[in-house]
Ligand binder design. Structure first.
Ligand code: IMP
Length: 427
């Protein structure tokens, strides 16, 4: 099984880090292929809790080579903060590879991200403010700065000059901010050159050679299907391809190499930032999910919006990504509820929709059609086989599986590394 993709099937924070980590020891390479430090993985190993934003979670697995692919946007300052933080805790990060073609996030794009959001007011996206959108926009606009540019002062200066011609107009004339000098940007990026150099590689070649050698390569998406720039709830999305198609372009691995696509789906739904969310709860049930599930952002600390499981979205994610296996996370969070509503379809202005409406307005009007499933009160955090689950929890899993378009191969019952029920091996 040469290449396996892991994607979020909802709006992010489904627990991808845990799933990646679960596979860790069997995987030779873990590749981050999209996004940047807007992501947030929390991985718990023993008593240690690691919050990673930019580095692939495979960095915590000895023997596994973590790769930052060409599709990622890299804040180099954050990269070294994370490396230093891990090294201080005894984690070896020397195997990390960073694509020479990944784009870097210059300081001015972080400023632009934040001031644009302020400028948008009520139309804001609710971004993480990390400069992600402006950096991807620069990439598509052919005004981006790539990792390889840092090592050539002349090229870097030319590129920064080109970018600042426009950026400074926007900063000063639209947003009333100070202009940025070419020297300060070049100096900042060049200051990382020596330290960055040993990590930089032609990662597409490296990964292809690994596959040819029979190694297992895991491609780990940042964000999630509903935040994908093409297939998510545009414009309330991130600026990259967070679906399995993006795994190929963002890593340089050919699509024909990908044999399995694992969708991570939480037993309920959460979202951060703005945008439509049909099953969102505004009552004590939402509060229950937020408290029980500790639903506060890893990256921003923001309380996450919470709602019931939405099978329409899961089915959509299964289709768009070609999900072969789902990992259902945080089932334990639902413990204690008398009944658990599951959204099976939408009512859009009186019309029943079994599938994701293609039209944004329809999705904004979508009212969930719920099926009520019986809950359970037993502690399930120690369950290690499907049969260990109370009958109503088993029935909940079976019903969401039936509705979601792919088998539930792993069920998460707690934050720990071993707190999972494996029904089907993922690789
Ligand atoms: P950006 O990625 O910072 O541009 O933000 C765009 C949208 O994606 C906002 O709604 C963010 O809250 C959301 N977002 C970005 N990264 C994540 C993530 O890792 N988990 C959940 N939401 C995210």
């Amino acid at each position: 099984m040469p290449a396996v993709v892991i994607v979020g099937a909802q709006w992010g924070d489904e627990g991808k880090g845990k799933a990646t980590d679960l596979l860790g020891s069997r995987v030779d390479y873990v590749v981050k292929f999209n996004g940047g430090n807007n992501a947030g993985h929390t991985v718990v190993i023993g008593d240690e809790k690691y919050a990673l934003h930019l580095l692939p979670s495979g960095i915590l697995t000895p023997g596994c080579i973590p790769v930052i692919g060409n599709g990622v946007v890299v804040d180099i300052g954050v990269l070294f903060e994370e490396i230093d933080g891990l090294e201080a805790r005894g984690v070896d990060t020397s195997q990390l590879k960073v694509s020479a073609s990944a784009h870097v996030i210059p300081e001015y794009n972080k400023v632009l991200d934040k001031v644009t959001e302020r400028f948008l007011g009520s139309r804001k996206i609710g971004t993480t403010g990390r400069g992600i959108g402006p950096t991807y926009a620069d990439k598509m606009n052919r005004q981006g700065i790539r990792v390889q540019d840092i090592f050539d002062e002349k090229i870097l200066t030319q590129k920064v000059e080109g970018a600042l011609e426009l950026k400074n107009q926007i900063l000063t004339k639209v947003y009333n901010r100070r202009a940025v000098t070419v020297e300060e940007v070049v100096e900042d990026l060049r200051s990382y050159a020596d330290r960055l150099a040993p990590y930089v590689a032609d990662t597409t070649l490296l990964l292809d050679s690994a596959i040819v050698d029979g190694k297992i390569v895991l491609l780990e998406a940042g964000q999630a299907t509903m935040l994908d720039v093409d297939h998510g709830t545009y414009p309330f999305v991130t600026s990259s391809s967070a679906t399995s198609g993006g795994a190929a372009t963002g890593s340089g691995i050919a699509p024909t190499r990908i044999e399995r696509v694992i969708g991570i789906v939480k037993a309920y739904t959460t979202r951060v930032g703005e945008g439509p969310f049909p099953t969102e709860l505004f009552d004590e049930s939402g509060e229950f999910l937020r408290e029980q599930g500790a639903e506060f952002g890893t990256t921003t600390g923001r309380p996450r919006r919470c709602g019931w499981y939405d099978a329409v979205i899961a089915r959509y994610a299964a289709r768009i990504n070609g999900v072969t296996d789902f990992v259902l996370t945080k089932l334990d969070v639902l413990t204690g509820l008398e009944t658990i509503p599951v959204c099976v379809a939408y009512d859009v202005d009186g019309v029943r929709h079994e599938e994701m409406p293609v039209n944004q307005t329809d999705f904004h009007h979508a009212v969930p059609v719920y099926e009520e499933l019986p809950g359970w009160s037993e502690d399930i955090s120690g369950a290690r086989s499907f049969e260990d689950l109370p009958p109503t929890a088993q029935a909940y899993v079976r019903r969401v599986e039936e509705l979601s378009g792919a088998r539930m191969s792993v069920i998460g019952v707690g934050p720990g590394r071993d707190q999972a029920i494996v029904c089907h091996d993922l690789i």
